[in-house]
Design a protein around this ligand. Structure first.
Ligand code: GDP
Ligand code: MG
Length: 164
């Protein structure tokens, strides 16, 4: 079976933008299963002779704070159960939030590999400096990208397949 890579993070950090950029048009929405799985979107990805399945766990983003917290717990649990590798996305423009810290706490409990991805780094001239803040979340060196502008997403794919 192909390894599964899950994208996790609070609403609005750019999970779906990253997913769509990496997946292109190879996206399938899982339907017909009750409740939880309805909001998962899968894509088959190939990169340098490696094939894997990517999952965007945040298809329906709730707006209310309590719902967000429950939803994120779900996401994290799905990711920790199903995936070989977890991409934990944070927002380089807004910095770390309380919800990011809560997700980090959940993800630190897993023995799965977690790659911390700092998105919305549209201007790479201060990328290194920006990264420092995110070390406090307790993962290895963050990977800076701009999902919207496709910056460093090839390097991210290299790192993903290196870790599968
Ligand atoms: P999700 O809720 O985590 O799935 O986030 P979305 O992918 O829906 O993106 C949320 C918002 O962030 C959208 O307005 C995107 O256009 C924007 N966004 C995503 N990636 C980037 C990026 O690399 N740079 C900037 N400036 N905005 C981005
Ligand atoms: Mg989304």
């Amino acid at each position: 079976a192909k390894p599964v890579v899950a994208i996790v993070g609070r609403p609005n950090v750019g999970k779906s933008t990253l997913f769509n950029r990496l997946a292109g048009n190879r996206i399938s929405i899982v339907e017909g299963e009750p409740n939880i799985t309805r909001d998962r979107v899968y894509a088959d990805i190939s990169w340098l002779n490696n094939a894997f399945i990517m999952v965007d766990t945040g298809g329906l983003e709730p707006s209310n704070d309590d719902l967000i917290k429950n939803k994120i717990k779900y996401q994290a649990e799905i990711a920790m159960n199903e995936a070989e590798l977890i991409l934990f996305i944070v927002d380089g423009k807004s910095g770390i939030t309380t919800i990011d810290q809560e997700i980090a706490q959940l993800l630190r409990r897993t023995n799965k590999k977690v790659i911390l991805v700092v998105n919305k780094v549209d201007d790479f001239s201060n990328a290194e400096q920006l990264k420092w803040d995110f070390y406090s979340l307790g993962f290895d060196e963050p990977v800076s990208i701009s999902a919207e502008h496709g910056k460093n997403t090839g390097d991210l794919l290299d790192i993903i397949v290196d870790n599968l």
